[in-house]
Design a binder for this molecule. Structure first.
Ligand SMILES: [Zn+2]
Length: 139
């Protein structure tokens, strides 16, 4: 599976992570999904209920509202993203534990290095992590 992400969506995500630094940013990712290609069309910043540098929790009501908007636009919910202000772009033990939906793509953006690093993962059985190919498109 390959994920295509427009440069504008990538920048929106990076900006959100930087704006909320040193707290974790989080949000939903929407777009279209075919067998082998996922197109990210929307990145929607969401409230982090934990307001923390190490955890995030999406607001269920806000999530419900945004999911409805996403469907209205003809997109589907692809997954979510959150930032790691001080740690690498890979799922933490807690991220894995909370990854109860195997259909979702988990995007993690790390600000631990001088340049932001974005990676995308599938997580099976709340344990098995596989990194997905992510392509940032110039448009
Ligand atoms: Zn995390």
């Amino acid at each position: 599976m390959i994920i295509n992400l427009a440069k504008s969506s990538y920048e929106k995500l990076v900006e959100d992570a930087k704006e909320r630094f040193p707290k974790e940013a989080c949000g939903l990712v929407a777009g279209t999904k075919e067998e082998k290609v996922v197109e990210v069309k929307e990145v929607v910043p969401m409230t982090n209920l934990d307001d923390s540098a190490e955890h995030f929790t999406l607001d269920p009501q806000e999530q419900f509202k945004v999911a409805k908007e996403i469907r209205k636009q003809g997109y589907e919910l692809l997954g979510n993203y959150h930032s790691h202000p001080f740690t690498p772009a890979r799922p933490s033990a807690e991220d894995k534990k909370l990854a109860y939906n195997e259909e979702l793509i988990y995007f993690i953006i790390s600000l631990a290095e001088s340049e932001p690093i974005l990676k995308a993962f599938k997580i099976e059985e709340q344990e098995l992590v596989s990194e997905l190919e992510l392509q940032i498109e110039n448009n």
